[in-house]
Design a binder for this molecule. Structure first.
Ligand code: SF4
Length: 425
């Protein structure tokens, strides 16, 4: 979401004449788009701001702006903690960035503007996309859940869906502009449309995307398992360009932990959901998110999470050690797990995840798979890199003019994170 928001910031600033530079020494305006999901990310912000302040002292007149979730939460206090910051804006008023920049330039005083919620009529925000093959399209903002560890509802507000008309228009424009892949984005994308009148669901959007011939692949990220209703699974099964890829965050493989996280489902519910998907779409790629070291998590409960990874056979999992966040109930609970223990559990879990991912990737050896070519491999410029419909990375040798094309690759080797193969003509 933040990367997508940054592309909108570029679009907004372009309208008032700003261009991007790779050299920060030349920047008239430095913007930090912040993330509050983990304490580590938040701490980095202040070290960036310290360095930027030195630049500002060297080149007076330059502006520093801070947006995103940390800015939404910290507001004015960001300026107290980091003198030198000129503009603080939140997650609900990104569209106001050009005005705030002009204001800071004119008044030469810090400008802080935080909205408590999104405006009733969401303005259309220009965008400059950083990728010409694959595009993000935000379909819903915010989250109505209150997981006890999560700061997102506090900084992103309640769920608010964009209309199908707006989203379809954006998707069609992307198709006409040559984009091949769209990822429908939101904090809880599976809840899409419940707040519209009449209510709709994500399946409707997938069907709309399916009518756009130029768009070869559509994905969605990320959603709550409880909202992944059969009609959405049905749409993925039936719509040709909807990728058989489900990222379904479970967060823990233990019922007591899930209850204390307030996730609103049990391990059994989740397993049945995966079964429903695999019954409908046998080759579906299923990935997830897991947190270890949640306050009070016992060794046995942690091992239930490890066993779940082996049981479900996830293609990949984003794992994280629990990070206490402000405004969240679990941050104040006693029984916080010591950091070394959390990281030990994380290492153990990552080994299990890698073993399972490797096993699943090896099943693809000898198969020919459709790959959307994204660019040159960063590790070997002689090679190209792309993704399967299941979002697995594939590296292979090929000419640059294949970038942006769908090609077939015969898979010859696999590791837990990527596949390698040969182009099939
Ligand atoms: S559903 Fe996701 S975004 Fe919403 S509160 Fe829970 S973890 Fe946070």
């Amino acid at each position: 979401m933040n990367k997508s928001d940054s592309e909108h910031m570029l679009g907004l600033l372009d309208e008032i004449g700003y261009k991007t530079t790779d050299d920060i020494q030349l920047a008239d305006l430095m913007i930090l788009n912040t993330c509050a999901i983990r304490a580590g990310a938040e701490e980095k912000i202040y070290s960036y701001l310290g360095r930027w302040r030195q630049l500002k002292e060297k080149y007076p007149g330059r502006l520093i702006a801070v947006g995103g979730c940390v800015a939404q939460d910290a507001g004015e206090s960001l300026i107290t903690r980091s003198p030198g910051v000129d503009i603080v804006f939140g997650t609900h008023n990104l569209h106001r960035l050009p005005d705030l920049v002009q204001q800071a330039k004119t008044t030469k005083a810090p400008v802080v503007e935080i909205f408590q919620e999104l405006p009733e009529d969401l303005p259309e925000v220009p965008v400059i996309r950083q990728n010409s093959i694959s595009a993000w399209v935000t379909i819903i903002y915010g989250c109505d859940y209150n997981c006890t560890y999560c700061i997102v509802p506090y900084v992103r507000g309640r769920e608010k869906s964009r209309t199908v008309t707006e989203i379809t228009k954006e998707m069609k424009e992307l198709g006409q502009a040559g984009y091949k892949e769209i990822t429908l984005l939101g904090q809880n994308v599976t809840a899409y449309g419940h707040d519209l009148n009449p209510a709709l669901h994500l399946g409707h959007l997938l069907e709309e995307a399916g009518k756009i011939e130029e768009i070869k692949r559509v994905r969605f990220l990320t959603g709550h398992p409880r909202d992944l209703k059969p009609e959405i699974i049905e749409a993925v099964a039936n719509v040709e360009n909807a990728c058989e890829y489900f990222h379904i965050p479970i967060q823990a493989g233990d019922n007591r932990t899930l209850r204390r996280m307030a996730r609103g489902y049990t391990v059994d519910f989740y397993k049945k959901l995966v079964e429903q998907i695999r019954n409908k779409i046998p080759d579906a790629v299923i990935t997830s998110d897991l947190i270890v070291g949640f306050p009070g998590e016992t060794e046995e409960e942690f091992l239930n999470t490890v066993n779940l990874v082996q049981d479900i056979c996830f293609d990949a999992v984003n794992t994280a050690a629990y990070s206490p966040r402000p405004h969240t109930p679990s941050a104040n609970w006693e029984e916080q797990i010591p950091e070394p223990e959390k990281y030990e559990r994380l290492r153990f879990l990552n080994t299990a995840v890698s073993e399972v991912s490797h096993r699943l990737n090896k099943r693809l050896l000898g198969k020919t798979i459709e790959v959307l070519v994204e660019g040159k491999s960063s590790r070997n410029p002689e090679r190209l890199t792309g993704r399967t419909r299941g979002n697995k990375i594939v590296n292979f040798e090929g000419k640059e003019d294949l970038i942006g094309e769908l090609v077939n690759v015969s898979i010859e080797s696999a590791n837990p994170w990527a596949l390698r193969g040969t182009l099939v003509n």
